[in-house]
Design a protein around this ligand. Structure first.
Ligand code: AMP
Length: 398
């Protein structure tokens, strides 16, 4: 079975074609500037076909999907003979609200329910729906599955997901913590249990997804019991450009003082804050590390704040779960930045965590970076959200 995995943004579309016989990645690519002019980078990964990297007109997502199918099946760049070889499509959908606690076969009713979640994710869900409709346009009745970023977190108990605001806002408006990066937390926690040789139902795991956006999840006996992102992905840890947790009073103060509209304020909190806002240097941890080495104190502060917040939230999850068996680092920073991992693990002395520096210096593989005798094991597990989407799609389409 060959599955096309689609992650549609407002002006971009990422894809992977995966052969589920052996979970081999056959091709991947990215459409950009959809609705502006259009550019496609298509990389075949089986055979010795060349990379395609050129402008292609893409007035809408439908032309983007058509271009992707054209390349996947072309004699020069293709990896399958025809579209008929693509058995199903798996779509990443950001927000499934309380309706979707797991992945689901897409039909008109499901599409309506995803539309109902648009107010919760006004930038992302419309783009995801556009991607689904574009695939329907171009691929006809190929079965399609939606995999939600929020679904894995739906097991949280109400004491963890409720905000202490009048209850009616939850009942009437769905105001609560939803959490994001669920597909990533699900993949790495399952893989961690596999690496430990124990059923996930017997483990207490803290999953640290640290990338441009960052979130932690407490996974107890295979179920999320808490996570750091909330109603939106703005809160929790300080991130690349997002502020993380913030006293709402600050928003009122700044809006009053500088006359910002709510859109201007949220733009500052989403795009100009986080480690970028603190350092004034960059949102990229590589740039921050370099600047800190050169003596830039604000870059050092930004990094210190990030490490501190990861450790602080992880500590609260150790308390919430009454212990922890394993801590996982994943995503851009978690997978690549050994300094970040070492600095964060320094806070875990009270848990008895011992890091093996040699293992911590290894890159690009699933690895345990704690010592054998460390009572809490620490892992680096490169995340693979596309593989989870493909596996769910296979399981549902059968
Ligand atoms: P992601 O959102 O998971 O793609 O992660 C992107 C972030 O990972 C970038 O903004 C960088 O800050 C970070 N990153 C990637 N490679 C490295 C590296 N070698 N060292 C430190 N940070 C890295």
């Amino acid at each position: 079975m060959k599955i096309l995995v689609i992650n549609a943004g407002s002006s971009s579309l990422k894809y992977q074609l995966i052969d589920m016989e052996n979970e081999q990645l056959m091709a991947k690519g990215l459409c950009e500037r959809i609705g502006i002019d259009g550019h496609l980078k298509h990389t075949p990964l089986v055979g010795d076909k060349p990379v395609f990297n050129e402008d292609v007109p893409m007035p809408t997502h439908s032309e983007a999907i058509a271009a992707v199918i054209d390349k996947l099946t072309s004699a020069e760049y293709g990896v399958v003979a025809s579209m008929k070889e693509i058995d199903a499509v798996g779509h990443r959908v950001v927000h499934g609200g309380e309706k979707f606690a797991s992945s689901v076969l897409i039909n008109d009713e499901v599409l309506d329910a995803i539309k109902e979640c648009i107010p919760f994710a006004p930038l992302h869900n419309p783009a995801n729906i556009t991607g689904i409709n574009a695939c329907r346009d171009v691929m006809g009745d190929v079965p399609m599955v939606a995999v939600f970023d929020t679904a894995f977190h739906q097991t949280m108990p109400s004491k963890a997901f409720m905000y202490a605001v009048p209850y009616e806002y939850y009942e009437n408006d769905g105001i609560r913590r939803y959490g994001f990066h669920g597909t990533s937390h699900r993949y790495v926690s399952a893989r961690c249990a596999e690496m430990m040789g124990k059923p996930i139902e017997e483990l207490k795991i803290i999953s640290c997804h640290m990338g441009n956006g960052s979130s932690l999840a407490a996974v107890k006996n295979g179920k999320v019991v808490d996570t750091s992102m909330g109603f939106t992905p703005l809160v929790g840890l300080p991130m690349g450009t997002r502020c993380g947790d913030l006293d709402a009073g600050v928003i009122q103060f700044l809006m009053n003082k500088y006359g910002y509209s709510i859109d201007e304020m949220l733009n500052i909190l989403n795009k100009k804050s986080g480690v970028l806002g603190i350092s004034g240097v960059s949102s990229d941890f590589r740039d921050l590390g370099k600047a800190a080495e050169e003596g830039n104190e604000r870059a050092s502060l930004a990094l210190d704040m990030f490490y501190y917040w990861v450790a602080k939230v992880a500590g609260s999850y150790a308390a919430a779960m009454n212990g922890v068996d394993a801590i996982i680092f994943t995503a851009g920073v978690g997978e690549n930045d050994q300094t970040a991992r070492a600095e964060i693990c320094k806070y875990f002395g009270y848990l008895g965590v011992k890091v093996n520096p040699e293992a911590n210096a290894t890159r690009g593989q699933d690895i345990m970076i704690s010592t054998e005798d460390s009572p809490v094991k620490v892992f680096v597990i490169p995340t693979n959200e596309e593989l989870v989407i493909a596996r769910d799609t296979r399981d549902i389409v059968g």
